[in-house]
Ligand binder design. Sequence first.
Ligand code: TRP
Length: 410
Amino acid sequence: MTEQPDTTDSIDDETNSGSKTPIDGEFTVTPYAVKGEIDYDKLLERFGADPLTDEQIRRFPEHPMLRRRIFYAGRGVDRYLEAAETGEPHAIVTGRGPSGPMHLGHVLPLYLAKRFQEETGAMVYVPLSDDEKYLAKDQSFESIGKHTRDNLRDILAVGFDPERTRIVIDTADADVIYPLAVRLANYLTPATVEAVYGEQDTIGLQFYPAVQATHLLLPQLVDGRQPTLVPIAIDQDPHVRICRDVATKESLPVDKPGALLGRFLPSLEGPGKMSSSGDVPSIELTADPETVATTIRKHAYTGGRATLEEHREHGGDPTVDVPFQYLRFFFEEDDEELERIAKQYRAGELPSGELKATAIDRITAFLTAHQRGRDALGGLEDELEPYRLTDGERRRPLERAGVPMTTRSD
Ligand code: TRP
């Protein structure tokens, strides 16, 4: 199957502006602000991305988050699928902004990337944008550094294959990232950045899109032209758009990266994005079973009725029930089991408390496995070493981009 041309990819389109505060029924989604009730289909029109077709979903490695259209849209997906199917080189980039402890929503794209790596041998790049979070959040470098080290342990705990995974940290791998970002920044104008992200507070944040564009091109700059897919929550799509634009306009030996766009894991208080900054707590990856249980029991929005009697009579609504939505997103892999739960809930046979208990059970099982991986790690430096760019992998991207290291005389 060939891809439709990207006519809607324009980043100069006025509708892409995300700086306005939403009024009733409106919503804002940019990398720096998610507000209002999100209409995921409208968002695709705004961004100019395409819903995934049934065929595309069949061609991806089997995964509940695709089957259930949690990852529901994309750009340039077919070229990635072709390479994955024929065994040609292909890459995934999915990063982390280390502004705090990681919670359940943050780790979903990483586990998806791991599945892709296991199934088709994808090379996986995980950049950490400590620079971005220093600029975007009111935190010291020391604090961001602490979160970076902590987040690295969670990323390592996912268990990627070190032969096929590279983790880069913007400030620690600045020798590679910075010259490339400068090369790309030479093309990006303030008007473009503003059209895509809205107004930025500092020139630091205005520059950052060049850094994230570097992340997305890095697999190709290291290992040569190859289809690259970026599985991310949809608020990060502007970065992909910018990068696709730069990639075609600059004469770099790369293809435009594709995007695989996901919905937000709802926060416990109901529809919306799980956030570390709201009033309701989020479920952190280090949470112990007790904490998971009390947090969900106390804070999870339910689609159940006010009393057990009413619930038995009228039934509950799984579509707004957060514990059910968690099961659907990731934590109950078996479609038939999920359907059975939904049916019993609607029929009033399954009370909210029991549905919560099931969600607590599944989430705890997932976290226990994740935490086992985390606890088995030794010192961070040693653990990270096999995932870092090698000397050759540091040199090649700069040569490919025409910014060779000035300290090398040969
Ligand atoms: N900007 C992302 C965030 O705030 C983190 C990130 C950095 C990223 N580089 C990336 C995500 C590359 C996906 C791909 O969460």
